[in-house]
Design a protein around this ligand. Structure first.
Ligand SMILES: [Zn+2]
Length: 257
């Protein structure tokens, strides 16, 4: 069992390193931002400040960040803390899935689900977008794997996928009616729909609850106290939903028939 955890942790850290590449280059690849950062394979990883390509040692996850004291060796530019954080999260996802599902197909699928959620959360907090290029395959994947009841019975998955979208769509319409402006994007609806496809409709209230609490906490922290929060401060909802989705996955206790 410890061998399984060790492998999961190490693989998770290296996957986390790749997730950082997707988080950085995805938004330019999917034309969400106007900035050419290359595709997922090319060019080799470089410092965005001075353009220097990273040496093999500088590519070692986590360790290199601390060896370099969080700065580029060539130009001294600060490396965002996101890099080691995502690498730790990549490992955390892998360990939790290994713990929850053991050595199984479910564990591997759960990791893919969690890693995709990490990418979505960080892209949303950087750009305010949840790319269809990730939410739609995530939804299709959830439905596909659950047709054989892998994580939840398939009727729950189908209902979760549909309800996730329409409930959020409804909330966003209500928000416009009350506030008079858009506050929630349909990217959030697609993400909740994808999460519903993985964890089933019964967990949607939990996901939305965790999402709302997390978003509220972020908003207050960003404003520097509850008194400074203004109604126009927009905090992306994606990171909260992603956290809720992963918690729901770890909690799923459907006994299949
Ligand atoms: Zn540099």
């Amino acid at each position: 069992m410890w061998g399984l955890y060790a492998i999961a942790g190490i693989v998770g850290i290296f996957i986390g390193s790749f997730l950082n590449v997707v988080i950085y280059r995805g938004p330019s690849l999917w034309a969400l931002i106007d900035d050419d950062r290359g595709n997922l394979a090319r060019p080799r990883s470089y410092c965005p400040e001075c353009g220097k390509q990273l040496s093999p040692i500088e590519l070692i996850p986590i360790i290199s960040y601390f060896l370099q004291k969080g700065a580029c060796r060539a130009c001294g530019a600060t490396i965002p803390r996101r890099y080691p954080i995502v690498e730790f999260l990549g490992a955390g996802i892998a360990l939790l899935c290994a713990w929850r599902f053991g050595m199984s197909v479910e564990a591997v699928l759960g990791m893919l689900f969690g890693w995709t959620l990490i990418v979505l959360a960080f892209i949303d907090s950087e750009t305010g977008f949840l790319p269809d290029a990730l939410t739609l395959p995530l939804a299709v994947g959830g439905i596909a794997f659950n047709t054989v009841d892998l994580i939840v019975p398939w009727p729950y998955a189908i209902l979760g996928c549909a309800l996730g979208y329409y409930v959020f769509w409804g909330i966003s319409k209500l928000y416009v009616m009350v506030r008079g402006h858009e506050g929630l994007g349909l990217g959030d609806a697609k993400l909740l729909s994808a999460i519903g496809a993985w964890v089933g409709w019964m967990y949607l209230p939990l996901v939305v609850f965790v999402g709302a609490l997390t978003t509220l906490a972020f908003t207050i922290a960003k404003a520097g106290g509850i008194k400074n929060v203004s109604t126009t401060t927009a905090t992306p909802f994606g990171p909260g939903l992603a956290l809720g989705g992963f918690i729901a996955l770890i909690m799923t206790t459907y006994s299949v028939y």
